[in-house]
Design a protein around this ligand. Sequence first.
Ligand code: ADP
Ligand code: MG
Length: 245
Amino acid sequence: MSAMITLKNVSKWYGDFQVLTDCSTAVEKGEVVVVCGPSGSGKSTLIKTVNALEPFQKGEIIVDGLSVGDPKTDLPKLRARIGMVFQNFELFPHLSITDNLTIAQEKVLGRSKDEARQKGLHYLDRVGLKAHAAKFPGQLSGGQQQRVAIARALSMDPIAMLFDEPTSALDPEMVNEVLDVMVELAHEGMTMMCVTHEMGFARKVANRVIFMDKGAIVEDCAKEEFFGDIKARSERAQHFLSKIL
Ligand code: ADP
Ligand code: MG
């Protein structure tokens, strides 16, 4: 089986500071991988290297057969194929929900206004927000905005989705409405890399759990193994888990 996303010994520096050290893993098609670890351990940086939002200096990343670090690779095209959902939604505040859903489809994929609108509204309906199409982001709750952000990413027909702490900026009562959408996506077979500390989500749908510390992948194992015998985990992972479980 060839993986959808492969990282081989990826290292990255900010000046003298090494933020990623020899990170290797692979995400198969349809697999859900949860990435966790303490704040500052390099989780955001790692997943941003996958869609070339952050450059890296050593190693190799292959996404759907394309080498991310190869100067010949068409990065805008590659980025368009990978959906990304951030902590702070990052919707365009001055655009309606519909325009948020259609702008990249039209500008990046060259879809017609009609096709983009149809696709966008289909996914808006899927996240339960069809009635809000004409509103602006500021008129929606955080949980609703994040669901729009997910619908926007799905409208691009991505081959994989990257999530960077999609629920950590939300009020607690809104966390589940976003996780429910993510669980559904996972059940439908979407390939997902999710930075999250929502271990309930990890237990429910993750195939594997990656634990990072100080820029390195310390654990990368099946969910059953990760949660099964916590005492068999590295000391750093145990320490982390003892604080969040
Ligand atoms: P996490 O997502 O696990 O909290 P990050 O990937 O955001 O970690 O950051 C990893 C480390 O890299 C942190 O020590 C952070 O301070 C540092 N870092 C992140 N972005 C930059 C930057 N643009 N320049 C310098 N250091 C950075
Ligand atoms: Mg982060």
